[in-house]
Write a protein that binds this ligand. Structure first.
Ligand code: GRF
Length: 190
């Protein structure tokens, strides 16, 4: 299964996937590259570290969506790499046509909340501020509605009395780093 990682920032989820690959947990997966919409993202440094191509691709002038022209370029770039699965690993931009059409039922996303609760920006902060006694993360198929596709996996994280927003967030991120490689491994053996 040829997998493309799309991200925008820190890259801890992409790193977890690359480590899982190194550790032999993703034997049937080829990571073809990291595709990033932010030229300053720390994520880009993972390329040389893990020996895979990592590059910035212009998303166009908008903050949270692609321009139609640039989205076509992203779609064609991924198609030319014969990508079987697109993984949104901290990709902070909504996916619409033509990317969604080019990779129908082939794009997954990780979101830091127990969807359908708290979709959209800052899933952890939303969970925290709502006073929920648990949060977590969800991997789901990407559809044209944000954070709404069918779930592929979910991990619950308890909020303890001793937690601060920071420790709660750390636990949720740690859960993400286990869940996302696990779901990719499961998809690769279907
Ligand atoms: C993660 O919490 C992910 O769930 C959300 O954005 C964050 C990205 O973190 N979509 P990173 O870039 O993978 O470290």
């Amino acid at each position: 299964m040829r997998v493309a990682l799309l991200g925008s920032g820190r890259g801890s989820n992409a790193e977890a996937i690359l480590r899982a690959k190194q550790n032999g947990q993703l034997d049937r997966v080829d990571i073809v590259g990291i595709f990033c919409d932010n030229p300053h993202a720390p994520l880009l440094k993972l390329g040389p570290r893990f020996g895979i191509p990592a590059f910035y691709l212009d998303p166009g002038p908008f903050k949270t969506k692609f321009s139609p022209e640039q989205e076509s370029i992203w779609a064609n770039t991924l198609l030319s790499q014969q990508v079987d699965l697109v993984v949104l690993a901290g990709f902070m931009r909504v996916i619409k046509t033509p990317l969604l059409d080019a990779f129908k039922d082939k794009i997954i996303n990780i979101h830091p909340s127990l969807l359908p609760q708290f979709p959209g920006l800052d899933g952890i902060g939303q969970t925290w501020r709502a006073g929920s006694n648990e949060g977590g993360c969800t991997v789901h198929w990407v559809t044209d509605e944000v954070d709404s596709g069918q779930h592929l996996g979910q991990t619950r994280v308890l909020r303890e009395n001793s937690d601060t927003l920071e420790t709660f967030a750390e636990k949720i991120h740690a859960a993400e780093h286990v869940l996302l490689p696990k779901v990719i491994a499961e998809l690769s053996i279907l």
